[in-house]
Design a protein around this ligand. Sequence first.
Ligand code: FAD
Ligand code: SF4
Length: 517
Amino acid sequence: LRHLVLVLGDQLDLDAAAFDGFDPAQDAVWMAEVAEESTHVWSSQPRIALFLAAMRHFAQAVRSAGRPLHYRRLDDPDNRGTLAAELAAALQTLSPARVLMTAPGDWRVWQALKEVVAEAGLELELREDRHFFCTVREFAAHARGRRTLRLEFFYRELRRRHGVLMQGPGADAQPIGGQWNFDADNRAPFGPAGPGAVPPRSRFEPDDITREVLALVARRFADHPGALNHFAWPVTRAQALQALQQFIDQRLPHFGRTQDAMWPGEPWLYHSHLSAALNLKLLSAREVVQAAEAAFHAGHVGIESAEGFIRQILGWREYVRGIYWTQMPGYLQRNALQADQDLPAWYWSGRTDMACLREAITQTLALGYAHHIQRLMVTGLFALLLGVRPQQVHAWYLSVYVDAVEWVELPNTLGMSQYADGGLMASKPYVATGRYIERMGGGCAGCRYDPAQRVGERACPFTTLYWDFLERHQALLARNPRMSLQVKNLARLTAAERDAVRQRADAIRAGQVGVPA
Ligand code: FAD
Ligand code: SF4
């Protein structure tokens, strides 16, 4: 065998760089389903099912393309359970002259595979992941010499370099619409009547392959969180393209204005639900951005929707990848706020009497999905205010979402949502009281707590913990100009009021509040 091409579960792209120059007469592809990838964090059933179903469909596509494939199934009786052990065995049997792959998305997996290949006396050749607009080297060059990183500068650089939503010639090109960023137009809540008739999500009914996977996951991972009965994710490239088209036609026109809004009983809203298909590489980031840009030029969507959506992919998604690969492995251990609490057990069940959290967690476990503001300003905010160890919060996010892959999940969790990197990624901690959740449609009217109250039996735990957070981190926050107003407000509280906040916060931490009787 000349080349063995390794393909991981999140590299399902027939055009990936690893396949450049592939010669079916002398080369082969290797893929393996292993239990470790579902157990190193307590992966939810929908997440496991999506990876396995998409891998098995991709295996079919590889074979149909005439590429010889060595594929290990999770239920093969002698499956060794880890990527390292499976690869070591494959290298022994196949003895390839070279081993190559597209750069992986996960530091842990890269280390493990590199070691196995080295032990076999070979070198692991990594090829650039062309899925992304920006290489890790380019990101590193952008970051060099900057004390803090900010999305906005990086995003503008990429818009310019790739000519996305730009007008005018060459170096004089200007952003379409006269401004780089329509963020301020993306924050409206829904009115009292709610989000209106939200189009149904794209559904892809499980075929025979997916049904077999669902049965396998239900059997093998019965004690893992989450449910399988709503499973309808795209698992092939053709389905992913269909989901993209449906999003552009039906949801994108309404995406922009209410990007940050929530509504009880409406998990999908006007979001794209494309993150999993993107992260598995069933869709290319370029084609998604192009589709949104084309919809704008065709007059189908407004600039606030097109730019708001493109910023998430060309901006945030590329930015967090750069942070991950330039900061790992140390990033995983960061804990700038010295948070030391355990994640409440009800994050794994949704059994809490805080309506917004119950809704976000129940939905997450049932669907493997929650939109960004639920992740950032409900589940993430509560963990931040409570002071949960960032590594536990990270393990939860990596487990429960179908789109969770470490390169994108970790900077979002540790950096953006928990401020555990001390401000490398976000210029200030995203902290707010329950009033923010109320304003954005989080469902306070149906909750036993009152977001306006700081202390007392009906005080919203977010609100109590917000004031407690300011108090606990006052010295650090006072040095941040973007937090000074919030810290000044704290000074208005009397000593007795602060005491009452502290007592109630202690009761919340002790689990005496928030859990149904
Ligand atoms: P849309 O709202 O339709 O956005 C469009 C696309 O933009 C998404 O599909 C996604 O690819 C990209 N995007 C949007 N926001 C971000 C962001 N902050 N970082 C990177 N890409 C972004 N995203 C993941 O893909 N995997 C994760 O594991 C993940 N974990 C997160 C954990 C936390 C604590 C937070 C706050 C955010 C996390 N995100 C993660 C980012 C974001 O919440 C999801 O990408 C988004 O909710 C997915 O839903 P959607 O496809 O409907 O997104
Ligand atoms: Fe959430 Fe507080 Fe509103 Fe209840 S009152 S839904 S806990 S923000």
